[in-house]
Design a protein around this ligand. Structure first.
Ligand SMILES: O=C(O)CCC(=O)C(=O)O
Ligand SMILES: [Fe+2]
Length: 268
């Protein structure tokens, strides 16, 4: 795609807003739950979206101005869970970003979810953690529903990323020992929660962009970290307990399942 070309941008926006096109494309990945069951709880999908769409999403993230990116703030999961981290994220951003999130929700169409965009600059990272968290979801009828994260999903927008750029996702529960995943452009990693993992510091000068989030299920499906628990291997010193079952209020629009297909159909 010619960078910045208006035509290319329109084409990408049209694609992500076309329910028939998006769902036909995603069909080839089959049932995500099944894939997870068949692959030990973690799946990696290369070339997840058409290249022009990935490039369009990257361009959208690059266009988000500095003021809009939040250093994960009070009330955020990472603060509650006291996980050491350093990266920028955004849930609202430009209107098209919600359209992008909707594409990922089609991987598990009947699930609640919360998605954000992330930008890790040089040294950006997250120390070992297992993603367990409760989330208060505002339902369509105005009621609040307590949910647990069940599946994590990360989509990388890291053009030309090489080993020397750092920012690897390390799966600390891989069967043969910790496994490093290079955050390859236009690839997705999804895994069942809980699963210990970390993000190694970005070492290059280019930002590591991603879309990340979680599928949610109603109820408290597990206990939260007590602070006593350590990840596999030798990383225990890095984790401080998540302790209190504090609940965050997530952006309501990100978690309303009923509307999704209708929205996609409406804007196609
Ligand atoms: O970006 C990644 O590779 C993983 C991010 C992550 O673990 C998280 O946001 O909890
Ligand atoms: Fe995580």
């Amino acid at each position: 795609m010619a960078k910045g070309s208006k035509h290319a941008r329109q084409r990408f926006r049209k694609w992500i807003n076309s329910y028939p096109e998006v769902s036909a494309w995603l069909e080839k990945y089959g049932d995500l739950e099944q894939q997870l069951d068949d692959n030990g709880g973690l799946v990696k999908i290369e070339n997840f979206l058409p290249t022009f769409v990935a490039e369009g999403i990257l361009e959208m993230l690059q266009g988000i101005d500095e003021k809009t990116w939040n250093l994960t703030a009070a009330g955020d999961d990472y603060v509650h869970n006291n996980i050491r981290h350093e990266f920028l994220s955004v849930k609202q951003g430009p209107p098209g970003l919600q359209d992008v999130f909707r594409v990922f929700t089609l991987l598990l169409p009947d699930s609640l979810f919360t998605f954000s965009a992330a930008k890790y600059c040089k040294a950006g990272h997250i120390v070992p953690h297992d993603d367990r968290a409760y989330t208060q979801v505002l339902m369509d009828d105005g009621s609040m529903q307590q949910c647990s994260r069940t599946i994590a999903c990360i989509y990388y927008l890291t053009q030309g990323w090489i080993e020397a750029d750092g920012g690897h996702l390390v799966d600390l529960e891989a069967p043969g020992g910790p496994q490093q995943h290079l955050p390859a452009f236009n690839s997705v990693v999804a895994f069942r929660i809980p699963r210990w993992h970390e993000v190694k510091p970005v070492t290059g000068d280019r930002p590591r962009y991603s879309i990340f989030g979680w599928f949610l299920e109603p109820g408290k499906l597990y206990e939260l970290n007590t602070g006593e628990e350590a990840p596999p291997q030798q990383h225990s010193e890095a984790v401080h307990g998540a302790a209190e079952p504090e609940q965050q209020q997530q952006h309501a629009a990100a978690a309303v399942k009923q509307k999704r297909k209708k929205q996609l159909v409406a804007v196609k």
